[in-house]
Design a protein around this ligand. Structure first.
Ligand code: FAD
Length: 485
């Protein structure tokens, strides 16, 4: 196909958080010289909506991720899309005795309002945004992706557009990735156990009592607790002095075991309602009725907690954000990595188009660039997540109290895997057989993490060496999987 036969240079599938940043980034790096279109199934006023229930998210993002974007492509966010500033995240042990603070300054966003700000920025840069289009499949030609197909939801007409490059930003359920019609190293399907079922409320409430382990207007609070959130965690994120984003995520397998063990048949909403109820600070919660929260006060959605897709590119095709399983495996924070990946993807896409080469080989650079800036640490964190899911509340209480050193907390603060050096100290007495096993397992994850980080920094420079790299990755991971069954 000759180049002038394409409708666009770049099609960005999905106009949510990632898609709108990729668009801005590509326009920025090409001096607005490319023909770019963003396509979303929502109407303009509902852009970025993940499901009929809303823009489901915990809404928290670290300042450093937003700065990453601002420093590179000049996009900055303010009020009203930033709803409330925070000083960090604190994760509490099940007994609330130990709290570890990480991530530093950050923001609680208004995800309903943010896409409107992004839409404005994108339109100002001359990018086209098409709404009410549900994409259903990718168009392939000669083992290249050359566009998208779907349906105009207003007219019910078939929609079909071609481009040199299609960038998939359609989120975790991406039907485009699931049915990728060409040969590539991209993994199409996710393992069910690597997904968390999550949900949350946005509430206004009357603060009563004082207990900063349950609500703190300055900190995002995470509760690790296998009874409140089996195989996941629960959160209380402040959106103001008396406004909160409160919810939790579970691993379905762990939740099924929980229901079996206690002879219950609870669903996710039951767990979340209970979690709101036991919070001693939050009284008289009511769903806010302002326009900025309209249609976005309650909902559930999926989030992935694995390393990013082992490969992010194919001929004519790139994955960014949740469609690439980028949320951090430990806390499902997906906004930060989406911002980073989207900023990079825009740049690498422009380079490929300027070189008139949209092959997997040329796009491969994006794999390396994302790994260097973020992706190197995710496989180790995935292993750590798997270990955490095997623990009882007693083990989490004990481990957080006795096994974490100041150094480990600094590591965690940087979003990295802790080293648990404290465990090597001769003479450290460990109470209980289960805690001894935990100590061994922590040492194992920290050693494996070092190997995995090194392995990721040796990510191949091109597709030809990928199979050997991937084999070695699977060997490392299988060792962990069989240990943390
Ligand atoms: C309950 C919950 C809590 C979370 N909490 C946090 C948190 O506190 N901090 C954090 O960093 N991350 C959090 N995350 C993750 C974060 O929300 C995501 O990482 C982020 O939204 C990813 O952005 P995205 O643009 O890649 O995908 P999405 O936000 O899912 O956007 C995808 C867009 O594509 C559109 N689309 C999808 N399919 C099609 C199609 N077929 N055709 C056309 N358009 C389509 C959608 O309508 C949407 O506009 C949470 C997730 C959940 C579910």
């Amino acid at each position: 196909m000759s180049h002038n036969k394409y409708d666009y240079d770049i099609i960005i599938a999905g106009g949510g958080l990632s898609g709108l940043i990729v668009a801005t980034s590509a326009a920025f790096y090409s001096n607005q010289s490319l023909n770019i279109v963003v396509i979303d199934r929502n109407s303009y006023s509902d852009l970025g909506k993940k499901t009929v229930n809303g823009w489901i998210c915990g809404d928290a993002v670290g300042k450093n991720s937003v700065d990453y974007m601002t420093n590179r492509i000049g996009v900055s966010w303010g009020s009203p899309e930033i709803e409330h500033p925070v000083k960090g995240v604190i994760a509490y042990s099940p007994n609330h005795e130990t709290g570890i603070s990480f991530d530093g300054d950050g923001y609680i966003l208004n995800r309903r309002v943010l896409p409107q700000r992004q839409l404005n920025d994108v339109l100002k840069m001359g990018i086209k945004v098409m709404d009410n289009i549900a994409l259903r499949s990718l168009i392939a030609d000669n083992n290249y992706i050359i566009g998208v197909e779907g349906e105009n939801l207003k007219t019910r007409e078939v929609f079909k557009k071609t481009a040199k490059l299609t960038i998939d930003c359609t989120g975790v359920t991406s039907v485009l990735r699931n049915n990728l019609p060409i040969n590539s190293s991209i993994q199409k399907k996710i393992n069910r156990d690597d997904l968390e079922s999550t949900g949350r409320y946005i509430y206004n409430f009357k603060p009563v009592n004082q207990d900063k382990t349950y609500f703190d207007p300055d900190y995002c609070i995470i509760h690790l607790d296998q009874l409140l959130a089996p195989g996941g965690y629960a959160w209380v994120f402040p959106k103001g002095e008396n406004k909160v984003n409160i919810g939790l995520g579970v691993q379905q397998k762990a939740f099924n075991l929980y229901n079996k063990k206690f002879g219950t048949s609870k669903n996710l909403k039951n767990l979340i309602d209970e979690y709101v109820k036991i919070n001693p600070i939050i009284s008289e919660p009511v769903l806010p009725d302002g326009q900025e929260d309209e249609g976005n006060t309650w909902g559930t959605w999926q989030v992935s907690v694995r390393r990013q897709n082992d490969c992010l590119v194919a001929n004519g095709y790139m994955l960014v954000g949740d469609s690439a399983w980028m949320p951090k495996p430990l806390d499902a924070g997906g906004i930060g990595p989406a911002i980073i990946a989207a900023t990079i993807a825009g740049k690498d896409a422009v380079e490929a188009i300027e070189a008139s080469d949209f092959s997997e080989k040329t796009l491969w650079k994006y794999n390396k660039d994302f790994i260097n800036d973020y992706g190197y640490k995710t496989a180790g964190l995935e292993v750590f997540r798997r270990l955490l899911q095997t623990l009882t509340n007693d083990q989490i209480d004990y481990g957080m109290k006795y096994f974490l050193s100041k150094f480990d907390i600094e590591k965690i603060t940087g979003g990295e895997h802790p080293e648990f050096g404290k465990l090597d100290k001769i003479g450290m007495l460990i109470r209980g057989a289960l805690n001894k096993t935990l100590a061994e397992d922590l040492k194992f994850t920290s050693q494996l993490n070092k190997q995995l980080v090194e392995h990721y920094f040796n990510y191949p420079n091109g597709p030809d060496k990928f199979p050997a790299w991937k084999n070695k990755l699977d060997l490392y991971l299988n060792e962990a999987y069989s240990r943390f069954k």
